[in-house]
Design a protein around this ligand. Sequence first.
Ligand SMILES: Cc1ncc(COP(=O)(O)O)c(C=O)c1O
Length: 447
Amino acid sequence: MQQKSKNKSNYFYLSNTQRPMLDRADGIYLWDESGNKYIDASSGPIVSNIGHSNPSVIKAMKKQMDKSTFGYRLNFFNEPAEKLASLTASLMPSGLDQIFFTSGGSESVESCIKLARQYAVNTNKEKKWKIISLYPSYHGGTLGALAITGMDPFVDPFSKLMKVMPKIPAATCYLDNDNLSEDERGIKYANLLEEEIIKQDPETVLAFILEPIGGASTGALVPPNSYFKRINEICKKHDILIIADEVMTGAGRTGKFLAGEHWNLEPDIIAMAKGFAAGYAPLGVVAAKNTIVNEINNSGGFLHGHTYAGNPLACSAGLAVLREILSKNLIENAHIQGITLKEKLNQLKNEFSFIGDVRGKGLLVAFELVANKETMEPLPTSMNADTLLVEEAYKKGLIIYSRKTRGGTIGDHFMICPPLVINKKQIDEICLILRECLKNIQSKLNL
Ligand SMILES: Cc1ncc(COP(=O)(O)O)c(C=O)c1O
């Protein structure tokens, strides 16, 4: 690929990795300023759910820009925020009709935590403050969200700055070597929550937060069907709130509007972002039970907020995105294309001895590389397979997303999560390039 050289930049891009300058984008494709074309097979970091440069969203945002771009929520209500809150509430589980806007995923998770805590304080449950989460998990980069995140390289350097919260193992059944059925494993992993609650003292436990289907920390880990019913029961029994982190899974990505709907998870509070505004504006959202919000409002209001939250421009984008998801049946398409994508990846798994697992739901799909398919022993970290395959793909104009799987230190998984507008032909195109890349790393790493 031809790329223009980049002058020394003042932009701190997190690391020294060099990337070309983005020029334009359309649907599932992006072009750099040298005219090279890329397939966005991960929707960025699982964000661009409706594809790039959607004309309806652009039109709605332009129309809003001509009217007003910012109106502070303490000074004015605004129509796009009202309409978006109403449409979002109509898609939430019964009772979760109170909608709070933020500017992204971490802000949404922070807001969920603080809403839960203020509810406890306002209802004479001052002793409740601990939030149990899963390991591995990812809930955001701000300190509150990081304290409940289970990914060592992101958490450890900052652990002195926060109160790290208790974790229980995520349901990594694909690594289990036992004689249990899938349902029995689901119950086994859910029961770890009850053990931890008892260990911590139920009177001190405020909430359990989970990504119903794992995101970047586990690579689209899907728990067994039996898991969620047991989680609902345990939380009810011990008076513990369920917070569903649907930042990555929400807004249709997994083939339902919320991933928790696949199993009737009963959350009290839900966080969403990413696909909710699909990259058109920084926007996140929290949906909470009206019983929680009424209690807080009746005691003077929520002691929390972010300046840009609920601004008319971001909400006009979110509203247009949501309308697009619903009118174009993108949730159904995620379900249908997800089946095809997993079939194709399973064919690659049969072909390459070093693909150990293909998993996910809808278009939240990932595969994991291993040294040994039987034992699921990971590849040596010194191979840097996670970055090697991503770079190999990038050279061929295919954008995929990788992370270290098991706590952020070992294991290599790759998320194939294209925009929900994708069709079968485009999935074939992705898998054809991916196959070439896998062949290349096979010979480079001698696998
Ligand atoms: C499940 C989950 N929660 C929270 C976040 C944080 O979102 P943001 O990066 O928008 O702050 C992410 C981001 O990857 C995520 O995947």
